[in-house]
Design a protein around this ligand. Structure first.
Ligand code: GDP
Length: 327
């Protein structure tokens, strides 16, 4: 039986990855902050079936707890480690991103140092992000597109990526990187536009009235489904060589299309309910973040299984179910 360690197991991706690896017969261990574990115990995490985490070995070790991390990694052998944990502040002002930059870089370095010391054969997956491309000069982006991050989060992830690449190149460790574009699910946090829209469509359909305020309706993103993307993480770590892979749907959709998919699913016309509010406007770049998934498809056979419309319908259905059961 293979044994895997997931950092950030209480997040959206950690949840789906744990489910996927358990289904493949793995023994799954997860790192989480003490508060994350308390949320699981007191059932505060929305929609989390506690049975999932009961089937995992959870360790209350935050990644800035270097001695705790060393203790775990020096005592339990792992075949695979999925490094998903990161602070994901995406603000406009770089100066506000101090903690994000410090934490994300230091935690990645701690983890790599501990693994290279005690478990150099353990395969490491690093959760890269399209935010590392930031403001790209062309679309779609591939593994060869120059990185140009423009947020504290993107900068911290890019620095983490270079730490990982150095352990791969200089120490011969198996470090696979997925450069993931936006990926959503019913477990996406409500501040992201997908969830904001699916929650509103569900609420308005049940209450029979209501409005939703959004920013730029023409903004476009390359949106995929999180459960599909965790399959890509596993494929990357089980490829014959450690490489970087763009993980994307390759297709752009606008916020207006998102509204159409969500509201039409509950029999409503979004034009009757959506207003724009300049407070939510963000400056959009002319060249969009759009990924090319040709490499991962060619080399691992990975493909997304869930379409954009299907994903939005699943998210609306989950929000309807939550509202109906009051959870
Ligand atoms: P991220 O910006 O890729 O991290 O993801 P978001 O879900 O926050 O935003 C996706 C896109 O939706 C961006 O281009 C936003 O400008 C656009 N958008 C339009 N209206 C809203 C809104 O009300 N809230 C958010 N979060 N994004 C919005």
């Amino acid at each position: 039986m293979k044994r895997a360690l997931i950092t950030g197991i209480t997040g959206q991706d950690g949840f789906y990855l744990a489910e996927h690896l358990l289904g493949l017969g793995y023994e799954v261990h997860g790192l989480a902050r003490q508060t994350g574990l308390e949320h699981i115990k007191s059932n505060l995490l929305q929609d989390v079936p506690p049975e999932l985490y009961e089937r995992c070995h959870l360790h209350a070790v935050s990644l800035d707890n270097f001695p705790g991390l060393y203790r775990l990694i020096s005592s339990t052998p792992f075949d695979e480690c999925y490094h998903l944990a990161a602070s994901s502040f995406v603000g406009d002002r770089l100066a506000d991103g101090y903690q994000t930059i410090q934490n994300n870089i230091a935690s990645t370095h701690y983890l790599l140092a501990a693994l290279s010391e005690f478990q150099p054969k353990c395969r490491l997956y690093f959760a890269g992000t399209s935010e590392m491309f930031g403001r790209p000069r062309h679309a779609p982006q591939t593994e060869d597109t120059p990185f140009m991050p423009r947020s504290a989060y993107g900068i911290s992830k890019l620095a983490g990526y270079h730490i990982v690449r150095n352990y791969r190149e200089s120490y011969g460790m198996f470090c696979g990187v997925g450069i993931l574009y936006n990926h959503e699910s019913p477990r996406r946090r409500p501040e992201f536009v997908t969830r904001k829209i699916t929650m509103a469509a569900a609420r308005i359909s049940l209450e029979g009235r209501g409005t939703l305020e959004l920013g730029n309706l023409e903004a476009r993103r390359d949106w995929g489904y999180a459960p599909d993307y965790v399959r890509a993480m596993h494929a990357i770590l089980n490829h014959h060589t450690a490489e970087d892979f763009v993980v994307a749907s390759g297709v752009l959709h606008s916020v207006a299309e998102l509204c159409e998919a969500a509201f039409s699913h509950v029999g409503l016309d979004w034009h009757d309910h959506v207003r724009t509010n300049p407070a939510f406007y963000r400056k959009e770049d002319e060249i969009p973040l759009q990924g090319c998934r040709a490499k991962i498809e060619r080399e691992t056979g990975w493909q997304p299984a869930t379409s954009f419309d299907e994903m939005i319908r699943k998210m609306v259905d989950a929000d309807l179910a939550r509202l109906r059961t009051g959870r």
